[in-house]
Design a protein around this ligand. Structure first.
Ligand SMILES: Cc1cc2nc3c(=O)[nH]c(=O)nc-3n(C[C@H](O)[C@H](O)[C@H](O)COP(=O)(O)OP(=O)(O)OC[C@H]3O[C@@H](n4cnc5c(N)ncnc54)[C@H](O)[C@@H]3O)c2cc1C
Length: 371
């Protein structure tokens, strides 16, 4: 198999470093290691571009990391986000942000992975990763196998059997995502803005992406969703009834996707500080509540940090302890605020109406300072 090739089909592979999952964290590991001249195999279960449940807000840190990895989001058509709005109040963000679909961003990163010389296997999931003496062995589908000296787990929201994450501090939320073609008037109102909406049992974020449509990412407590009757349609009804601002934005809007995307069992507030030898990165290392728009930045940061520590000769255990020390405080603070947004939305909206500046304070306070 040639370096830099995108490969499908059965293969028996030996490599120095195996990366499981080709999202942001996996790509960050693979690019950093391959650039240092190491032999890397990255396995991504999706065969081609795909939408992902994500608000697609790229913080200044995330933009910096992407630039460092050689991916310029402006070239993908990313739009600028300069302000945050909630409960009818709007403030400037304390940093520059952008927005671009994960479909475009993740593909650009995987292209970069191949470009810098890592091998990319696409279209089959890794079924398991096991230790074989000093090495690691990964089963891919029924026939394929990768043997590696080190294994990096970057499967994001999906847990690999035997490598489940610890519980979060705000479990039990279900996430949905839908793109909307807004009316011309509402599209103008969303220009350069990320807007948050609170309703009973959850919250949502809306922002424009590169093709002019708007991404609505929503969260709802599983119990509340059940009470509503379950499913996207019921949630949408409840969100529109519960938030006048969202009703206004979606007036005359048309859904873009045939059906909403959904994901459940998200361990918000989880920070994995221990490992039995696999390097856990991205959402496999820590899950910060979505309203912060910092999950992608953490994914890129932990991916690059893991690769750098590996190159310096550190162990996976040392890396995981460092993740705990770096992320515990901000993830904890963000989870505490997120619980308030879900549990007492009216109080939270009231605070923002009286003190809009709190939006900027929270945006800054939930960044990972030590990066
Ligand atoms: C509702 C919601 C809104 C969000 N909004 C934002 C936001 O606006 N800004 C922000 O910064 N963050 C946001 N996040 C968080 C962000 O999406 C994640 O933190 C980020 O995607 C984590 O990146 P990752 O690389 O760890 O995982 P992922 O991006 O999930 O990538 C994991 C990859 O692994 C692949 N994979 C999974 N299992 C296997 C397997 N067995 N074998 C091979 N491949 C596999 C998947 O196909 C996928 O490509 C949001 C999250 C949610 C739920």
């Amino acid at each position: 198999m040639a370096a830099g090739a995108v490969v499908r089909g059965p293969v028996e592979v030996k490599t120095e470093a195996l990366v499981v999952g080709g999202g942001l964290a996996g790509a960050a590991v693979a690019i950093t290691l391959a650039r240092a001249g190491r032999d890397v195999v990255l396995v991504e279960r999706e065969a081609g571009p795909k939408h992902k449940v994500c608000g697609e807000f790229l913080s200044a840190e995330a933009l910096g990391y992407l630039g460092g990895l050689g991916v310029e989001v402006a070239a993908l058509g990313a739009v600028k986000i300069a302000r945050v709005r909630m409960a009818g109040r709007e403030v400037r963000l304390p940093f520059e942000a952008m927005s671009v679909t994960r479909r475009a961003l993740d593909e650009a990163l995987l292209e970069r992975v191949a470009e810098v010389g890592a091998r990319v296997l696409r279209g089959s999931a890794v079924e398991g990763v096991e230790r074989m003496g000093e090495r690691w062995s990964a089963r891919i589908g029924r026939e394929q196998n990768v043997e590696a000296g080190a294994a990096f787990l970057a499967t994001g929201k999906h847990d690999l059997r035997g490598w489940g994450r610890p519980e979060g501090r705000q479990d039990g939320l279900v996430a949905f995502k839908m793109y909307w073609r807004l009316s011309a008037e509402q599209a103008r109102a969303m220009d350069g803005v990320v807007e948050l909406f609170l309703y009973r049992g959850g919250y949502a974020g809306l922002q424009l992406v590169e093709d002019g449509s708007a991404n609505l990412g929503c969260l709802i407590e599983r119990e509340e969703l059940k009470r509503l009757g379950g499913g996207w349609e019921k949630l949408l009804e409840a969100m529109l009834a519960g938030s006048g601002e969202l009703r206004e934005r979606l007036r005359g809007a048309e859904p873009v996707l045939g059906r909403a995307l959904a994901v459940s069992a998200i361990p918000y507030g989880m920070v994995r500080e221990r490992t039995a030898g696999v390097w856990c990165v991205g959402d496999q290392a820590a899950v910060i509540p979505s309203f912060t728009g910092d999950g992608m930045s953490i994914a890129l940061h932990t991916g690059m940090l893991a690769a750098r520590m590996y190159l310096e000769g550190a162990t996976a255990r040392e890396f995981q302890r460092r993740v705990g020390a770096e992320l515990r405080r901000q993830v904890g603070l963000a989870t505490w605020i997120s619980r308030g947004m879900v549990g007492v939305p009216r109080v939270m909206a009231g605070v923002v109406r009286v003190w809009p500046g709190v939006l900027g304070v929270v945006a800054k306070g939930t960044r990972i300072a030590s990066r």
